[in-house]
Design a binder for this molecule. Sequence first.
Ligand SMILES: [Zn+2]
Length: 185
Amino acid sequence: MAVRDILILPDKRLRLKSEPVKAVDRSLRKLVDDMFETMYAAPGIGLAAIQIGVPQRVVTMDLAKKDEPKAPQVFINPEVVWKADERATYEEGCLSIPEYYEEVTRPSAVRVQYLDLAGTPHEIEATGLLATCLQHEIDHTNGVLFIDYISKLKRDMVMKKFKKAAKLGTGKPLSEDKEPSHHIG
Ligand SMILES: [Zn+2]
């Protein structure tokens, strides 16, 4: 297992549409191991493979609270097959856009189909933080970032800051004076 580098905005690879996983094999399990190690080290509660530069439709997640035992979840080829009409708003953050948080409104519940690490298909209905996190991570597999849902003015400001930071080589342009409430990933 290895902690891998997380791609940071404005890395163009974050805009790639990831390919479906063809076979649940040893190399995929190795990728998933690396994703968990990278996600826990960050720390984050969710990670898509493209965030470590691998354009495959794989998502790892662990929504357990600090005082709870680890609850790792893997979603291979996850796909939203139904969205609720009702909307919910959460403050989101992203490991690829470090230290930037903004409220995002999304469907409050979704049904998602995916494969597990044994290659077995599942369908779940997700609500609350799981629904938000799944939508955030599945967006990553389609090259979509949470800043795509905020105002153009705010998005332009974030892009400008991260482009400048990338030029300076710091990677983290924003100082954070408050504890993040949702470090989504
Ligand atoms: Zn993210």
